[in-house]
Design a protein around this ligand. Structure first.
Ligand code: CTP
Ligand code: MG
Length: 178
């Protein structure tokens, strides 16, 4: 299997996690997931984690999974013509990957607050990979993607994430460009 095959298969499977992570800043707001609670004087999670952000992200990622299921036969036929095959998406996989993405993001905020890093404060690599910490293991368990795919994804996600956040910052859905 070529690296390109591993990359495309991997991106296809983690697409719901990517979409979930990108949807949170677009739809987020309202009630905080930590309900304003503090732990030893510091925010439990901070104002950047909201229930609406969490659930709209899971819904968006799952919805993309549905579109992927619908598009799969044609795309896979096209891929077979090139000697490739596209892994199959299921609704369960899309739902679990989106949920895992948002849980990873919550866990990262929990640890950032414990280390006194304010909401939105930058922690390179953690900020870009937090949503993958749980979703990559989930993808390895639930789909046929390989360890090479997972490795490629971990390497290319920080730059991709960075570019999309710059975009989010310029269109005004992100307060900071990371
Ligand atoms: N968001 C949300 N609910 C979530 C996750 C994200 O509402 N469960 C929204 C918030 O508006 C948040 C934005 O998406 O500001 C970007 O998410 P993220 O970069 O993870 O949050 P930060 O604001 O950078 O906060 P933190 O320092 O806790 O990561
Ligand atoms: Mg985050």
């Amino acid at each position: 299997m070529s690296w390109l095959h591993a990359l495309i298969g991997g991106l296809w499977i983690v697409l719901p996690a990517y979409i979930a992570n990108g949807a949170a800043p677009v739809f987020g707001g309202g009630a905080r997931m930590d309900f304003g609670k503090k732990l030893r004087g510091k925010d439990l999670l901070g104002a950047g984690k909201t229930w609406r952000g969490f659930f709209s992200a899971v819904a968006s990622g799952t919805f993309i999974g549905l579109l992927q299921i619908v598009a799969w036969p044609r795309l896979n036929e096209f891929a077979s013509g090139l000697g490739y095959s596209l892994p199959m998406m299921t609704l369960t996989t899309a739902f679990i990957l989106s949920t895992a993405a948002m849980l990873g993001d919550v866990i990262a905020s929990f640890f950032k607050r414990r280390f006194s890093i304010e909401r939105g404060g930058s922690v390179p690599l953690l900020d870009q990979l937090d949503f993958m910490v749980l979703s990559i293991p989930a993808a390895l368990l639930l789909s046929e993607i390989t360890y090479s795919s997972a490795t490629i994804l971990v390497v290319i996600t920080p730059p991709i994430h960075y570019l999309f956040n710059l975009l989010g910052y310029y269109i005004g859905v992100k307060d900071v460009p990371w």
